[in-house]
Ligand binder design. Structure first.
Ligand code: SAH
Length: 230
Protein backbone atom coordinates (compact mmCIF):
# COMPACT_ATOMS: atom_id res chain seq x y z
CA UNK A 1 0.00 0.00 0.00
CA UNK A 2 1.28 3.48 -0.87
CA UNK A 3 1.09 5.72 2.18
CA UNK A 4 2.77 8.81 0.80
CA UNK A 5 2.66 10.89 -2.30
CA UNK A 6 5.81 12.21 -3.89
CA UNK A 7 7.98 9.14 -4.37
CA UNK A 8 7.77 5.45 -3.79
CA UNK A 9 7.55 4.26 -0.19
CA UNK A 10 10.52 1.93 -0.45
CA UNK A 11 12.66 4.77 -1.81
CA UNK A 12 11.75 6.94 1.16
CA UNK A 13 12.47 4.06 3.50
CA UNK A 14 15.93 3.81 1.94
CA UNK A 15 16.45 7.55 2.39
CA UNK A 16 15.53 7.23 6.07
CA UNK A 17 18.14 4.47 6.49
CA UNK A 18 20.76 6.56 4.64
CA UNK A 19 20.07 9.49 6.93
CA UNK A 20 20.57 7.29 10.01
CA UNK A 21 23.91 6.22 8.52
CA UNK A 22 24.93 9.85 7.87
CA UNK A 23 24.06 10.77 11.46
CA UNK A 24 26.25 7.92 12.67
CA UNK A 25 23.38 5.98 14.26
CA UNK A 26 23.88 2.97 11.98
CA UNK A 27 27.35 1.68 11.15
CA UNK A 28 26.48 -1.97 10.60
CA UNK A 29 25.87 -3.29 7.09
CA UNK A 30 23.47 -5.95 8.36
CA UNK A 31 21.35 -3.35 10.11
CA UNK A 32 21.26 -1.26 6.91
CA UNK A 33 20.18 -4.35 4.98
CA UNK A 34 17.39 -5.36 7.33
CA UNK A 35 16.03 -1.82 7.70
CA UNK A 36 16.00 -1.48 3.92
CA UNK A 37 14.22 -4.83 3.60
CA UNK A 38 11.46 -4.14 6.13
CA UNK A 39 9.55 -1.04 5.01
CA UNK A 40 8.59 0.94 8.09
CA UNK A 41 5.51 2.42 6.35
CA UNK A 42 3.81 -0.99 6.50
CA UNK A 43 3.93 -0.83 10.33
CA UNK A 44 2.58 2.63 11.15
CA UNK A 45 -1.15 3.44 11.17
CA UNK A 46 -2.52 4.95 7.94
CA UNK A 47 -1.96 8.70 7.84
CA UNK A 48 1.04 8.57 10.20
CA UNK A 49 4.34 9.89 8.81
CA UNK A 50 6.36 6.70 8.57
CA UNK A 51 9.90 7.93 7.99
CA UNK A 52 10.16 10.84 10.45
CA UNK A 53 12.69 10.09 13.20
CA UNK A 54 10.25 10.24 16.08
CA UNK A 55 7.99 7.82 17.98
CA UNK A 56 4.38 7.74 16.74
CA UNK A 57 1.12 6.84 18.52
CA UNK A 58 -0.31 3.44 17.53
CA UNK A 59 -3.37 3.46 19.83
CA UNK A 60 -3.92 1.84 23.27
CA UNK A 61 -1.46 4.33 24.85
CA UNK A 62 1.38 2.69 22.93
CA UNK A 63 3.85 4.04 20.39
CA UNK A 64 6.07 2.71 17.64
CA UNK A 65 9.63 3.59 18.65
CA UNK A 66 11.59 6.13 16.61
CA UNK A 67 13.72 4.78 13.74
CA UNK A 68 16.96 5.72 15.56
CA UNK A 69 15.90 3.63 18.59
CA UNK A 70 15.05 0.64 16.39
CA UNK A 71 18.43 1.04 14.68
CA UNK A 72 20.28 1.34 18.02
CA UNK A 73 18.64 -1.82 19.40
CA UNK A 74 19.27 -3.79 16.20
CA UNK A 75 22.92 -2.80 16.33
CA UNK A 76 23.32 -3.71 19.99
CA UNK A 77 21.79 -7.14 19.26
CA UNK A 78 23.38 -7.79 15.87
CA UNK A 79 25.82 -10.50 17.05
CA UNK A 80 22.91 -12.28 18.74
CA UNK A 81 20.69 -12.20 15.65
CA UNK A 82 22.72 -14.47 13.40
CA UNK A 83 21.04 -17.08 11.19
CA UNK A 84 19.57 -19.91 13.27
CA UNK A 85 19.45 -17.96 16.53
CA UNK A 86 16.40 -17.41 18.78
CA UNK A 87 15.10 -13.88 19.48
CA UNK A 88 12.34 -12.61 21.75
CA UNK A 89 10.69 -9.18 21.30
CA UNK A 90 8.75 -8.18 24.43
CA UNK A 91 6.12 -5.46 23.88
CA UNK A 92 6.24 -6.12 20.15
CA UNK A 93 3.63 -3.43 19.36
CA UNK A 94 3.50 -2.94 15.59
CA UNK A 95 5.69 -6.00 14.95
CA UNK A 96 8.36 -3.93 13.17
CA UNK A 97 11.33 -5.15 15.20
CA UNK A 98 9.98 -8.71 15.40
CA UNK A 99 9.96 -8.70 11.58
CA UNK A 100 13.54 -7.36 11.52
CA UNK A 101 14.68 -10.02 14.00
CA UNK A 102 12.98 -12.79 11.99
CA UNK A 103 14.68 -11.57 8.80
CA UNK A 104 18.09 -11.62 10.48
CA UNK A 105 17.77 -15.07 12.18
CA UNK A 106 16.19 -16.51 9.02
CA UNK A 107 13.98 -19.56 8.49
CA UNK A 108 16.22 -21.82 10.61
CA UNK A 109 15.97 -19.38 13.54
CA UNK A 110 13.04 -18.30 15.68
CA UNK A 111 11.64 -14.81 16.31
CA UNK A 112 8.86 -14.44 18.88
CA UNK A 113 6.88 -11.29 19.63
CA UNK A 114 4.87 -10.99 22.86
CA UNK A 115 2.39 -8.14 23.23
CA UNK A 116 -0.35 -7.78 25.85
CA UNK A 117 -2.90 -5.83 23.77
CA UNK A 118 -4.62 -8.47 21.59
CA UNK A 119 -5.74 -5.83 19.05
CA UNK A 120 -2.11 -4.79 18.54
CA UNK A 121 -1.11 -8.46 18.11
CA UNK A 122 -3.76 -8.84 15.38
CA UNK A 123 -2.71 -5.58 13.68
CA UNK A 124 0.98 -6.55 13.86
CA UNK A 125 0.29 -9.86 12.15
CA UNK A 126 -1.48 -7.98 9.32
CA UNK A 127 1.50 -5.60 9.06
CA UNK A 128 3.98 -8.49 8.88
CA UNK A 129 1.86 -10.23 6.22
CA UNK A 130 2.35 -7.17 3.96
CA UNK A 131 6.10 -7.04 4.60
CA UNK A 132 9.16 -8.89 3.35
CA UNK A 133 8.94 -11.09 6.48
CA UNK A 134 5.57 -12.58 5.40
CA UNK A 135 7.08 -15.90 4.28
CA UNK A 136 8.78 -16.33 7.68
CA UNK A 137 5.43 -15.85 9.42
CA UNK A 138 3.86 -18.39 7.07
CA UNK A 139 6.74 -20.81 7.54
CA UNK A 140 6.45 -20.59 11.34
CA UNK A 141 9.89 -19.18 12.24
CA UNK A 142 8.18 -15.86 13.17
CA UNK A 143 5.19 -15.70 15.50
CA UNK A 144 3.48 -13.06 17.64
CA UNK A 145 1.55 -13.94 20.78
CA UNK A 146 -0.81 -12.17 23.18
CA UNK A 147 0.52 -12.35 26.70
CA UNK A 148 2.31 -10.65 29.56
CA UNK A 149 5.83 -10.19 28.27
CA UNK A 150 7.19 -9.84 31.80
CA UNK A 151 6.93 -13.65 31.88
CA UNK A 152 8.89 -13.97 28.64
CA UNK A 153 7.93 -16.84 26.35
CA UNK A 154 9.33 -20.07 27.84
CA UNK A 155 8.35 -22.27 24.89
CA UNK A 156 11.26 -21.19 22.69
CA UNK A 157 13.77 -20.28 25.43
CA UNK A 158 16.65 -19.91 25.86
CA UNK A 159 17.08 -16.84 23.66
CA UNK A 160 20.24 -15.48 22.09
CA UNK A 161 18.62 -12.04 21.92
CA UNK A 162 15.88 -10.44 23.99
CA UNK A 163 14.56 -6.96 23.22
CA UNK A 164 12.13 -5.19 25.53
CA UNK A 165 10.24 -2.30 23.90
CA UNK A 166 8.75 -0.84 27.10
CA UNK A 167 10.43 0.45 30.26
CA UNK A 168 10.54 -1.89 33.25
CA UNK A 169 10.92 -0.59 36.84
CA UNK A 170 13.42 -3.42 37.20
CA UNK A 171 14.55 -6.26 34.95
CA UNK A 172 11.99 -9.11 35.16
CA UNK A 173 13.69 -12.27 36.46
CA UNK A 174 11.96 -14.60 33.93
CA UNK A 175 13.64 -12.65 31.12
CA UNK A 176 17.08 -13.12 32.72
CA UNK A 177 16.27 -16.82 33.21
CA UNK A 178 15.28 -17.19 29.53
CA UNK A 179 18.49 -15.61 28.24
CA UNK A 180 21.02 -18.11 26.89
CA UNK A 181 24.58 -18.07 28.26
CA UNK A 182 26.32 -15.85 25.70
CA UNK A 183 22.99 -14.13 25.05
CA UNK A 184 22.20 -10.43 25.26
CA UNK A 185 19.12 -8.50 26.37
CA UNK A 186 18.46 -4.82 25.60
CA UNK A 187 15.91 -3.30 27.96
CA UNK A 188 14.93 0.22 29.04
CA UNK A 189 14.92 0.33 32.86
CA UNK A 190 13.46 3.04 35.10
CA UNK A 191 10.31 5.06 35.63
CA UNK A 192 10.45 8.62 34.31
CA UNK A 193 14.22 8.67 33.84
CA UNK A 194 15.22 5.51 32.06
CA UNK A 195 18.43 3.93 30.88
CA UNK A 196 18.69 1.57 27.96
CA UNK A 197 20.52 -1.32 29.65
CA UNK A 198 22.57 -3.96 27.90
CA UNK A 199 22.44 -7.23 29.86
CA UNK A 200 24.96 -9.86 28.82
CA UNK A 201 24.67 -13.37 30.24
CA UNK A 202 28.15 -14.78 30.65
CA UNK A 203 28.99 -18.42 29.94
CA UNK A 204 29.06 -19.16 33.71
CA UNK A 205 25.48 -17.85 34.01
CA UNK A 206 26.38 -14.57 35.73
CA UNK A 207 25.15 -11.32 34.16
CA UNK A 208 26.98 -8.10 33.30
CA UNK A 209 24.89 -4.96 32.94
CA UNK A 210 25.84 -1.59 31.45
CA UNK A 211 23.91 1.56 30.61
CA UNK A 212 23.97 2.43 26.93
CA UNK A 213 22.01 5.69 26.81
CA UNK A 214 19.17 7.66 28.44
CA UNK A 215 15.79 6.87 26.84
CA UNK A 216 12.06 7.49 27.17
CA UNK A 217 9.76 4.51 26.57
CA UNK A 218 6.17 3.72 27.59
CA UNK A 219 6.05 1.53 30.72
CA UNK A 220 6.17 -2.27 30.81
CA UNK A 221 3.10 -2.73 32.97
CA UNK A 222 -0.27 -4.49 33.25
CA UNK A 223 -2.81 -4.18 30.47
CA UNK A 224 -5.29 -2.47 32.86
CA UNK A 225 -2.78 0.17 33.94
CA UNK A 226 -1.88 0.86 30.30
CA UNK A 227 -5.49 1.16 29.10
CA UNK A 228 -6.29 3.53 32.02
CA UNK A 229 -3.44 5.76 30.86
CA UNK A 230 -0.99 4.48 33.55
N1 SAH B 1 8.80 -2.18 19.67
C1 SAH B 1 7.43 -1.75 19.56
C2 SAH B 1 7.17 -0.87 20.77
C3 SAH B 1 5.75 -0.63 21.08
S1 SAH B 1 5.53 0.39 22.55
C4 SAH B 1 7.29 -0.96 18.28
O1 SAH B 1 8.23 -0.22 17.98
O2 SAH B 1 6.28 -1.08 17.60
C5 SAH B 1 5.64 -0.80 23.83
C6 SAH B 1 4.66 -1.93 23.72
O3 SAH B 1 4.78 -2.71 24.91
C7 SAH B 1 3.21 -1.50 23.64
O4 SAH B 1 2.66 -2.04 22.46
C8 SAH B 1 2.57 -2.08 24.88
O5 SAH B 1 1.24 -2.50 24.65
C9 SAH B 1 3.50 -3.23 25.21
N2 SAH B 1 3.55 -3.68 26.60
C10 SAH B 1 3.60 -2.93 27.73
N3 SAH B 1 3.60 -3.72 28.83
C11 SAH B 1 3.58 -5.01 28.37
C12 SAH B 1 3.56 -6.28 29.01
N4 SAH B 1 3.57 -6.41 30.35
N5 SAH B 1 3.54 -7.39 28.24
C13 SAH B 1 3.50 -7.28 26.86
N6 SAH B 1 3.49 -6.12 26.21
C14 SAH B 1 3.53 -4.99 26.95
Amino acid sequence: MEHHSGGSGTNKNKQMVEQLQRYGVISSKKVVEVMETIDRALFVPDGTPAYVDSPMAIGYNATISAPHMHATCLQLLEENLQPGMHALDVGSGTGYLTACFATMVGPQGRAIGVEHIPELVAASIKNIEKSAAASLLKGGSLSVHAGDGREGWPEHAPYDAIHVGAAAPEIPQPLIDQLKPGGRMVIPVGKIFQDLQVVDKNLDGSVSIRNETAVRYVPLTSRDAQLKGY
